[in-house]
Design a protein around this ligand. Structure first.
Ligand code: SF4
Length: 255
């Protein structure tokens, strides 16, 4: 298992900002969540391979729209210009890197061909010349907080390779932690958000690419008899439609 450094490193006052929630919600609905069979999203790489394959074969989104909506709202909060600029300069200060000009790109699109005509696709949430950020929301029970960061490490590590960087950060917020504070978005990040530094790990990257290649092979063969998730909570969080197909097939496999 990949080892993590646990070092929250920024002053959370940077999240003190107003946002227009209605505009953010509109942006989310404007996006198309369906993916094509010849593409796997980097965000899908940590998930149960079976789930991703079923999602492609039966054209079912692997996350509910509400989960995606929550995620996108928090992405948009962190990508608000004022928060973004405070966040990036705070990190540069702490890394003791002096720059004349800081280049920041949000939603940097990546596409990488891993087999002929088969691609990994992703959007780096925040990208600079020296590090990147992956913004995450989760609804996994709090007792799995450590595991969920290891889970997201897979995606962030893949991005690091694809953009040729060695340092990244995961900004994570657990949606279960703040249900009673839903009315104040600034407070949510200040109280419940955390940031974990990630260093590129070649071994993990190799394993991730092997898994992606295997998933493409299964999709091409129109079948999903492949090992399930690494973490138990994934089945609890699996979408109802996908779980039904998975369990039906499992019954056949064991009968
Ligand atoms: S129910 Fe579990 S094993 Fe089946 S697709 Fe979902 S996460 Fe994977």
């Amino acid at each position: 298992m990949t080892k993590l450094e646990e070092k929250p490193i920024i002053n959370k006052e940077i999240f003190n900002v107003d946002v227009n929630i209605f505009e953010l919600v509109q942006k989310v609905y404007d996006k198309n969540f369906n993916r094509e069979k010849n593409k796997i999203g980097c965000s899908e790489l940590p998930h149960c391979a079976r789930k991703t394959i079923i999602s492609r074969l039966f054209n079912i989104p692997s996350k509910t729209n509400m989960k995606m909506l929550h995620g996108k709202i928090h992405h948009s909060i962190i990508q608000e210009p004022k928060i973004l600029s405070n966040l990036i300069s705070s990190i540069y200060q702490q890394l003791a890197i002096k720059k004349k000009e800081i280049n920041v790109i949000t939603e940097k699109h990546l596409i990488y061909e891993i087999l002929p005509g088969k691609f990994l696709e992703g959007h780096v949430d925040i990208f600079t010349d020296d590090f990147l950020f992956e913004i995450k929301t989760t609804s996994v029970p709090l007792e799995y907080s450590k595991e969920i960061v290891l889970f997201y490490y897979v995606q962030t590590n893949t991005y690091l390779k694809l953009v040729n960087l060695t340092l990244g950060f995961i900004l994570c917020i657990n949606l279960r932690a703040f249900q009673s504070d839903m009315t104040n978005l600034s407070n949510i990040w200040k109280k419940y958000g955390y940031i974990i530094p990630i260093h590129f790990n070649q071994e993990l990257y190799n394993k991730t690419i092997e898994k992606a290649i295997l998933m493409f092979k299964f999709i091409d063969q129109n079948e999903f008899h492949i090992t399930g998730p690494e973490f138990k909570w994934e089945c609890k969080n699996c979408s109802k439609e996908i779980k039904e197909i998975c369990l039906k097939e499992q019954k056949k496999e064991f009968s």
